[in-house]
Structures are given as structure tokens and as C-alpha cells.
Design a protein around this ligand. Structure first.
Ligand SMILES: C[S@@+](CC[C@H](N)C(=O)[O-])C[C@H]1O[C@@H](n2cnc3c(N)ncnc32)[C@H](O)[C@@H]1O
Length: 195
């Protein structure tokens, strides 16, 4: 099959890698939520060789992620598992969780569901990095994010850029405190949490 491809992933993978190298330095098993094209999964698994990188996504995305890992993954890299945040989390003792560009795609209830999982089946997770565009106390941080939000809302009224303060509050309710906010290119950020 033709592998799914995102130019944005190619552009952001090195800036994200620079953060994960430090944030996940003491981690060993990472669950990635919403792996999408699988480009991040194969790149970070190769560059962060102390980690086992478990990709996951909703069923429709799994064939593409699987094909990419089979073609470009590191030897022994696990194949992606099905994970919709509204459904039961995959088995396994994950000590880190990474997700990119998902909080504005899933409904707000999905973000809440993900944090509920972090208090339940995923409570072994100690290091959490969330990449994407975020608002600051209800304000867009750039005109391009404002326009992006409009295009998301036109696609689906439940999509939308979330407030980083709201996400930090959900995290703190589950024992995860905001450790760092990393500025990323193209008006994105990584919210780094630690338990
Ligand atoms: C814009 S894509 C981002 C893909 C990839 N992480 C990236 O950065 O290119 C949004 C991703 O969110 C995932 N997603 C949306 N709703 C979800 C849900 N309820 N549970 C799990 N993943 C979800 C989609 O399946 C998709 O992989």
C-alpha cells in the first residue's frame, strides 16, 4: 500500500525529538496516541533507541501505521494497537505517553477521556508530552492558529484548539503536573507533564 504521509510530521519531527530526548530520557515504554501516518512512531523509535515505542490509533488509521512500521520501523518495534480514547486502553506498563495534533481533533470529551485513562489503565505513565497548537487563557497565540481553528470548526463543530490551562487542570486532577511548555515552530507547543 502507498504509505500515508504528512509534510507537517517531516517538519516537526526534529524539534519534537529535541524535547523528547530530555523529557523521555528516563522512560522505557512509550504509548503514542493517535499515531496517524506512523512517521513519528518510526522516527522516534529509531532516534530514541532506549525506548520501546508503541504506536496506536483508531481502527481506520491502523493499516497505514502498520505498513509504515513494517517498512521503516526499527527491528522488533511493536505493531500498532487499536486505541480510541473512549475505549479501553491497551494492556501494558507504559511509563510515558506521547500524542501529537490530537487534542484539537478529538472532541473535548475525548481529551477528558484520555486523562481519565491516565488515572486508570494508564496510571503507570509518569512522563507525558502533548504536541500541538494551544490557546492561552482563551486567546489564540497567532492569526494562523485562529484561521486553523475556524477551518476545524467548519469541518466539525466539536473540533477546536484547546486551552493549555484547561489541559493542565485535567492533568493536575490526575496527578500530573506541568513541568515545561516548549515553544515549537509554526506556533505549536509541547506541554510536558510529570507525575
Ligand atoms: C491530525 S491527526 C494527527 C496524527 C499524527 N499524530 C500527527 O501528528 O501527524 C489526528 C489523530 O487523532 C486521532 N484521534 C482522533 N480522535 C481520536 C480518539 N477518539 N481516540 C484516539 N485517537 C483519536 C486520529 O485518529 C488521528 O490519528
Amino acid at each position: 500500500m502507498e504509505l500515508p504521509f504528512s509534510q507537517a510530521c517531516e517538519n516537526n519531527k526534529n524539534p519534537i525529538l529535541n524535547v523528547l530526548e530530555v523529557a523521555f530520557a528516563n522512560a522505557s515504554r512509550v504509548l503514542e496516541v493517535g499515531s496517524g501516518t506512523g512517521q513519528h512512531a518510526v522516527y522516534f523509535a529509531r532516534k530514541l533507541s532506549h525506548l520501546e515505542w508503541q504506536a496506536s490509533d483508531q481502527p481506520a488509521y491502523l493499516p497505514g501505521v502498520k505498513a509504515r512500521i513494517e517498512k521503516e520501523g526499527v527491528p522488533g518495534q511493536p505493531l500498532p494497537v487499536e486505541f480510541d480514547v473512549f475505549q479501553s486502553a491497551p494492556h501494558g506498563q507504559f511509563d510515558a505517553l506521547f500524542t501529537a495534533n490530537t487534542c484539537h481533533i478529538m472532541p473535548k470529551e475525548g481529551v477528558e477521556a484520555l486523562f481519565n485513562q491516565l488515572a486508570d489503565k494508564l496510571k503507570s505513565v509518569k512522563h507525558l508530552c502533548i504536541y500541538g497548537p494551544f490557546n492561552d487563557n482563551g486567546h489564540f497565540t497567532s492569526d494562523s492558529n485562529r484561521a486553523f481553528n475556524q477551518s476545524l470548526r467548519a469541518r466539525d463543530s466539536q473540533m477546536g484548539i484547546r486551552d493549555k490551562q484547561w489541559i493542565a487542570k485535567l492533568a493536575s486532577q490526575q496527578g500530573l503536573s506541568l513541568k515545561n511548555i516548549h515553544a515549537m515552530p509554526a506556533n505549536n507547543q509541547i506541554l510536558e507533564f510529570q507525575r
